[in-house]
Design a binder for this molecule. Structure first.
Ligand code: C2E
Ligand code: MG
Ligand code: MG
Length: 768
């Protein structure tokens, strides 16, 4: 007979006396322990006869396995609460007669949730057919400890390794569900609503793939909860975990209908929070888990909740910091567009993927025209506003799949994927040009720019990012040189232009350095070309023309180096040197007998946008002892028309002080007659390209006559320059041009040549 304590919960279906119990009688008595020991040790004993498949369970074993104690005719009835996946493993382990058994398996029930048991056999030699015996032990707590450790390790791996919060959190939810036997889980966090207030929204969900959960997922995804509302809102506000023991019939669970449809019964939600450096707890979100079992409160998930919450919170912080770093590394501060480095990275990636897929894409290189002038005239704030607003306009072009970047300064780029047809690219380019042309409003002032756009296409114009960028760049420069505010596609001819531009740039940089040196080393000198009055005998003025004698002795004409000096800004210093030297020489000439002689000095744009120019020139003429009326400043029409708002007030101030101003190369610019009327000038200089066609070219003749008429009506003196022939001189005289400059009457000379010529002529006059 079995020891009574072992049969305290007899199986009604089992026969009271069996072969096994008979066999076990004395051994059972011998091996029996009091119930208390099994209870305290969380273990139970079992006996099994492999031949008949009969089992006997002690009370302790029966309690652990959640079945009846005593005789079981089959092993199956002993293990009916074991998780199905584990039953097969267990049976396989027991099938080996005479072998020691050691197997861990899971039991799941409504009250205790998931528990782990270990079944171990102990050697027992009984006479007759063999009987196996052993113990079954509850190893849930050590399993949980190990699992907690593994869980922390695995989730840390996920949280560190995954690039997005969604991916990391979803994996953690899956880990919890798989290990602790929950059906589904979700993560909630705050979301800003259209009205500006905040609601909790379900951001990420996961459920066991074979569990039908569609309606519960749908309801979770559409639900928005105010803090304090429902289970999730409550956990968020209180920052305390909470159980739902009855999702369907409980009063405070809002998704009861869909929970019912999906057969969910109970759940647990807890805050995902961390403690800040200042000791304040900060909430990031709420995690919730649900089960189809009506699970009572158990220690497994709560014991992990704090760890999970902290890990996810740390990940959120890490990802937020990464995002900040990404922003700093990839985004242009001023415009929010991709910065140069990131744009090139995107471009390289596009090349790689297009090379393998055989797709095509295009690059638009966009450069704002006249941006520098806006910066110079209105300051950097205005410049920044133009760049920022233009970037916004580019973003509003709404180009799905395309990347927009700022490459630096006023240079932007668009990566167009897929390239589309030439007509489509052309249309896109037009939209970009229009975006640039719309005025920008800065402190109630309308600023206008335009853009030059160059387009290159993969793979026709380059296989790599840098080749494509170079091609788009070359196309853009071609556009700039061919007249701005337009679009150019790269063509092989452009490449030559680019190479030329490069060497031109190198030449320019070298020359800049040389010019700087020339100023210090006094390599510049002036020559003076006479301007004659009506009688062609009387020199009324001289035009100062700069020359550069290089260390080797070559004399460089101004057309070569003045443009370089203008671009580098050196022209301001050079111009000041010219004025000082010209005034100094004028004083010499006047003292030498050229009474009332006037000197004409050419001025460049950067010199003239300086409001202090009148005072500075006044100081120069005073220092040299010449009258301002004897200094005439020659400006080109283009210079005045480019920045009239800045230049005209300076001109007016100069005129006020008595200086004269002449419009040089007149007829070549685009002066509007209405503006001409109000210009504070004293003379016009007909460009020599019109003089050269005289007297036969009817067009040139008409222009020259019109300019002479204009001068008469506006009471301005008119000078004709570049007069090389008698026929030209006669024609000009005939139509009333009184002031003549040109090789016919006098080539540019140095001061000493002028003085020598003068003393010779006075000597000739003195000699009878
Ligand atoms: P510009 O002010 O129109 O000067 C007149 C130019 O025409 C001078 O050339 C002069 O030598 C040339 N010229 C005069 N008469 C004749 C003629 O009958 N036939 C021909 N073929 N040419 C004639 P240059 O000295 O080479 O000066 C070229 C330009 O360089 C000047 O044009 C002026 O714009 C600029 N430049 C000269 N000196 C200075 C200066 O000190 N400062 C600035 N900013 N520019 C200067
Ligand atoms: Mg001139
Ligand atoms: Mg000229």
């Amino acid at each position: 007979m079995l020891e009574p304590s072992l049969l305290s919960r007899p199986d009604p279906t089992a026969p009271h006396v069996s072969d096994l119990t008979r066999k076990l009688g004395p051994a059972l008595l011998q091996a029996s322990l009091p119930d208390a020991a099994e209870k305290i040790g969380l273990f139970g004993r079992w006996w099994c006869e492999p031949q008949t498949g009969q089992w006997v369970l002690s009370t302790g074993a029966a309690n652990l396995l959640d079945v009846n104690a005593g005789l079981h005719r089959t092993g199956n009835s002993c293990f009916e609460q074991v998780v199905p996946d584990d039953v097969l493993r267990l049976m396989a382990a027991l099938r080996e007669p005479g072998q020691a058994v050691e197997c861990e398996f899971r039991i799941i029930n409504e009250f205790d949730g998931l528990r782990w048991l270990r079944l171990v056999s102990e050697p027992l030699r009984l006479p007759g057919p063999s009987v196996q015996t052993g113990v079954v032990v509850d190893v849930t707590s050590s399993r949980l400890a190990a699992m907690r450790e593994r869980f922390c390790f695995e989730s840390t791996q996920f949280l560190i390794g995954t690039p997005t919060l969604g991916e990391a959190v979803t994996k953690v939810i899956q880990l919890v569900c798989d290990n602790l036997g929950w059906e589904c889980g979700a993560y909630w966090s705050l979301e800003q609503q259209q009205m500006g207030d905040h609601r909790l929204a379900c951001k990420y969900q996961w459920h066991q793939p074979d569990y039908p959960l569609a309606s519960f997922r749908r309801q979770s995804a559409t639900l928005r909860l105010a803090p304090g509302e429902g289970l999730v809102g409550n956990v968020w506000s209180t920052m305390r975990p909470a159980w739902v023991e009855d999702m369907v019939n409980g009063t405070d669970f809002l998704r009861c209908q869909s929970a019912h449809e999906c057969g969910l019964q109970s759940g647990y939600a807890f805050p995902v929070s961390y403690v800040t450096d200042g000791g304040r707890r900060h909430s990031h979100g709420v995690l919730e888990f649900y089960s189809s079992l009506s699970r009572q409160r158990e220690a497994q998930l709560p014991s992990l909740a704090t760890t999970i919450g902290a890990l996810i919170a740390q990940t959120v912080q890490r990802l937020e910091q990464q995002e900040l770093i990404r922003q700093l590394a990839q985004v242009d501060d001023l415009t929010g567009l991709a910065n140069r480095k990131h744009f090139h990275h995107l471009l390289d990636a596009a090349c790689l993927s297009a090379t393998s897929s055989g797709a095509s894409f295009a690059v638009l290189n966009i450069d704002l025209d006249r941006f520098k002038q806006i910066n110079d005239a209105f300051g950097h704030e205005a410049g920044n506003l133009v760049l920022h607003d233009f970037a916004q306009r580019l973003q509003r072009l709404d180009l799905p799949g395309c990347a927009v970047g700022r490459l630096g300064g006023d240079e932007f780029a668009i990566l167009v994927t897929p390239a589309g047809s030439i007509a489509q690219l052309q249309a896109l380019g037009e939209r970009v040009l229009l975006a640039a042309r719309q005025p920008f409003l800065f402190e109630r002032q309308e600023l206008t720019v335009s853009a030059s756009v160059g387009v290159s296409i993969f793979p026709d114009n380059g296989w790599t990012g840098s080749e494509l960028m170079r091609s788009a760049d070359a196309a853009m420069y071609r556009r700039k040189h061919g007249g701005r505010n337009g679009l150019s596609f790269f063509s092989s001819g452009t490449a030559g232009t680019l190479a030329e531009q490069r060497s031109a740039l190198a030449r320019q940089l070298t020359m800049e350095a040389e010019l700087q040196h020339a100023l210090v080393s006094d390599e510049f000198f002036l020559v003076y070309q006479p301007v004659f009055g009506r009688d062609a005998e009387h020199m009324v003025a001289v035009e100062a023309l700069i020359r550069w004698r290089r260390p080797g002795g070559d004399v460089v004409p101004p057309d070569v180096f003045i443009p370089v000096a203008e671009q580098s800004g050196l022209i301001v210093q050079i111009g000041r040197w010219v004025v000082k030297r010209a005034c100094h020489d004028l004083a010499l000439l006047q003292r030498a007998g050229f009474k009332d002689l006037q000197v004409n000095v050419n001025m460049a744009a950067p010199e003239f946008v300086n409001a202090r120019l009148p005072a500075e020139l006044m100081a120069v003429v005073e220092a040299c002892g010449v009258a301002p009326q004897h200094l005439c400043l020659e400006l080109t029409e283009g210079l005045v028309m480019k920045q009239p708002d800045k230049v005209i007030p300076v001109m007016a101030a100069l005129r006020q002080l008595g200086f004269k101003i002449s419009l040089d190369d007149f007829g070549m610019g685009h002066s509007s007659l209405s503006r001409m009327k109000n210009l504070p000038i004293s003379s016009l200089k007909i460009d020599r390209s019109f003089v050269s066609g005289l007297p036969h070219d009817r067009g040139d003749g008409a222009i020259v006559r019109t300019i002479l008429d204009l001068g008469r009506h506006m009471k301005l003196q008119v000078i004709a320059e570049g007069v090389e022939t008698d026929a030209q001189l006669i024609y000009l005289r005939q139509f009333g041009c009184s002031l003549i400059q040109g090789f016919l009457l006098g080539r540019p000379k140095t001061v000493s040549e002028l003085m020598a010529a003068h003393s010779q002529s006075t000597n000739e006059q003195a000699t009878p």
